[in-house]
Ligand binder design. Sequence first.
Ligand code: NAP
Length: 246
Amino acid sequence: MDITGRTVFIPGATSGIGRALSVALHDAGATVIAGGRRQALLDDLATEHPGIGTVVVDVADPASISAAAADVIERFPATDTLITMAGFAEPEDLTTGDFVDATARMVTTNILGTVRLIGAFTEHLQRMSGTIITVSSGLAFTPLAPMPTYSATKAFVHSFTDSLRLQLRDSGVRVREIIPPAVQTEFAPGQSTAEWAMPLDSFIAETMDLLGKDHDEIVVDHARALRDSEVNGNRAELMDQLTHLD
Ligand SMILES: NC(=O)c1ccc[n+]([C@@H]2O[C@H](COP(=O)([O-])OP(=O)(O)OC[C@H]3O[C@@H](n4cnc5c(N)ncnc54)[C@H](OP(=O)(O)O)[C@@H]3O)[C@@H](O)[C@H]2O)c1
């Protein structure tokens, strides 16, 4: 898939993977529209990289998604690619009942946000013969026990993506999924410098290379062990190892 001539909307591009991918796609010749809640960070991105468009969007809010989708399609009618990047994680202690509010927050953003974004763009993308790229995680396949709902929301994203691909098979829309390993971003406290996380620039370089190829799943080498643990027969062992990382 040649991404260079694409017009790509990335809600979840104010920091981390989304921001770095926006810059890499922009540098490769794509037209990029970056989204997120933090207006100041969107302004910084547009100033540092003239040509990147921005839209404020809160994917936890259905009205915000509808307004952002209408705005993107009106201002950038050539939009032919959606990357559903927005997501977050909170740890949960399942030994008390207090975790349920955190569960609801993650379901709202990671699951409903992803689904509502897809719903807001699917008809437009069918007219454009476009591409939907979801963002799950290696944890969709090998859960991190201290982050049970986060891991489960990403398992949802993976499963939903597989069904979406089949339902849209004859529609002209390509459906792909980025499955990151741990990457050095501000995603969790201390993660931006953690040795167990992949450097962001290496992750983006490998992801850009894979996006240019034909795989449905974008799996960098570092994510392979998590992605394939079930078939490799070491899922329980890996889950145990992940729980004891610091
Ligand atoms: N880093 C990792 O190790 C890793 C591994 C696997 C998967 N992932 C996934 O990769 C994606 C990006 O994560 P990251 O590591 O780059 O983390 P990050 O630096 O914290 O970035 C998260 C992005 O999501 C946006 N976001 C969160 N909630 C949002 C909301 N309600 N509405 C709109 N945007 C929202 C944030 O923007 P605002 O705060 O400005 O709204 C930000 O741009 C996430 O889906 C994450 O689950 C990350």
